[in-house]
Structure formats: structure tokens, C-alpha cells
Design a protein around this ligand. Structure first.
Ligand code: HEC
Length: 143
């Protein structure tokens, strides 16, 4: 329960204040293709049977929306974990022509991926969060 509240607050904060922060100039390098191959070798589904009902619904939207252009294994096995990372990436995917990702889908997918990262990739999530805090990389300073 505490986790859910924490997560909701986090979510609101990010959607309220963080929308202008993602500039997203990084063009994919040549190494992208081999990285994508690696990512797509991993599992293509997530066992969400123990996730809250709402997250199970969000997973369905994620599964339908994010497997249109590449395998769902790509986001599932990605090392993105932090809310910032997902926000930036979902925006990037949303902007692609014919993505079919609207604001409603984007929000549901964001909620799912942030929740899922904290459960399934907890170690990575905690590690990245610490690194982010240590480097003082908050949005105010980055401006
Ligand atoms: C319209 C097609 C399209 C849709 C829909 C789409 N993607 Fe992508 N995705 C791409 C393309 C093209 C790339 C490789 C180039 C890039 O990163 O921009 C990519 C790459 C990725 C990567 C790999 C990033 C990296 O560099 O390691 C992730 C993670 C990802 N997508 C997640 C998602 C998620 C999550 C969704 C659903 C919100 C989604 N994609 C929906 C086209 C799409």
C-alpha cells in the first residue's frame, strides 16, 4: 500500500512538472542494431499474475501498443527502469509515425513500466535511483 501511494505521488509529480524536460536528441548509433538483437532474445512476456488488477489492465495496453513495430521483448528486456527514462522513451515512441499511441495509452504504459521496473527489476531500479541521486541529476539542475 505504501508503495502504491509513493508511486502515485511520483507519477503525478512527473506528469505535472516533467513534461518539458525530455529533449531527446540522442540519435541511435550503429551499435543500436546489435543491442536490439540482444534485447529481443529475452522473454517476450511478463508474468503479471501477481500484479494489481490495474497493472494487469495496463499490461494489456502495453502488450498491444508496444509490439506493433518491434517485439515486446525489446521494452521488456530493456535496461530502462527509472520513471524519467520511461517517460522519455514512451514520448519518443509516441512521436513515431503511425505509432497509434495516444495520451491515454502513454499514461497507462508509463504506469505499467514504472511499476514493473520496481518489482521485476528492483535491483537495477534501486541502483539507478542511487546513481541518479548521487549525481544530483534532478531536473532543476539539468536546465
Ligand atoms: C511506430 C513504431 C513503434 C512503436 C509503436 C513502438 N516503438 Fe519502440 N522502437 C521503434 C523504433 C523504430 C526503435 C529504434 C529506434 C529508436 O530507438 O528510436 C525502437 C526502439 C525501442 C527500444 C530500444 C531502445 C534502445 O535504444 O535500447 C525500446 C526500449 C522501445 N522501443 C520501447 C517501446 C515501448 C515501451 C513502446 C510502447 C510505448 C514502443 N517501443 C512502441 C518503433 C516503435
Amino acid at each position: 500500500m505504501v508503495r502504491v501511494v509513493f508511486y502515485l505521488v511520483l507519477c503525478l509529480t512527473l506528469f505535472g512538472a516533467g513534461t518539458s524536460a525530455a529533449s531527446d536528441q540522442s540519435a541511435p548509433a550503429d551499435t543500436s542494431q546489435s543491442r536490439f538483437k540482444e534485447l529481443e532474445k529475452g522473454p517476450k512476456t511478463i508474468d503479471v499474475s501477481k500484479y494489481p488488477k490495474e497493472m494487469q489492465d495496463n499490461y494489456k495496453i502495453f502488450g498491444k501498443t508496444c509490439s506493433k513495430c518491434h517485439s515486446l521483448a525489446r521494452p521488456i528486456n530493456s535496461t530502462y527502469a527509472l520513471p524519467d527514462e520511461w517517460e522519455r522513451y514512451i514520448k519518443r515512441m509516441k512521436r513515431k509515425p503511425g505509432s497509434g499511441i495516444g495520451s491515454k495509452e502513454a499514461k497507462a504504459i508509463y504506469e505499467f513500466l514504472v511499476y514493473d521496473s520496481q518489482v521485476r527489476k528492483k535491483e537495477l531500479y534501486d541502483k539507478k535511483l542511487k546513481e541518479q541521486e548521487a549525481s544530483g541529476q534532478n531536473k532543476e539542475k539539468a536546465k
